[in-house]
Design a protein around this ligand. Structure first.
Ligand SMILES: [Zn+2]
Length: 139
């Protein structure tokens, strides 16, 4: 009997005990989906491991930028001044403005703030163009 080396699930079918690492079809599908997502998000075609590393790094960079943008968006949406946001995040004003612009990494409080607040305000963020039109027509 062989087991998937990723999730530990039994692998059915004609695979004997193997000295090699075997990955089940679900785990392979997950990997493929992840690579497709990387390609879509970064525009880098993943031909081999080298491209994978490149695309993965680019994706992480993109995620990082998105979080800074999200922090700026929340600040605007909540009408927070720089001093009050700095207070919430427990940093100085200049540190806070650097976090907003992406020159400084986000601290734990900032990540928590984004996590807690953006859930409540995410409706319009996730709305599709037609939904936005609908929302606008209501006002
Ligand atoms: Zn698996």
């Amino acid at each position: 009997m062989a087991y998937c080396c990723e999730c530990g699930k039994k692998i059915k079918g004609n695979v004997g005990r193997s000295e090699y690492n075997i990955v089940c079809s679900d785990c392979i599908q997950k990997k493929v989906n992840f690579i497709r997502m990387l390609e879509r998000e970064t525009g880098i075609e993943v031909h081999n491991g080298h491209y994978f590393v490149m695309a993965y790094k680019a994706w992480q960079e993109k995620q990082r930028r998105d979080l800074h943008r999200e922090l700026r968006r929340l600040k605007g949406r909540m009408g927070l001044s720089l001093p009050s946001l700095a207070g919430i995040l427990g940093v100085s004003k200049s540190h806070c403005s650097k976090m907003l612009s992406g020159q400084r990494p986000l601290n734990e409080k900032a990540l928590k703030f984004i996590d807690e607040i953006s859930g409540d305000l995410s409706e319009d963020f996730l709305a599709t163009p037609s939904q936005v039109k609908h929302l606008k027509s209501k006002t």
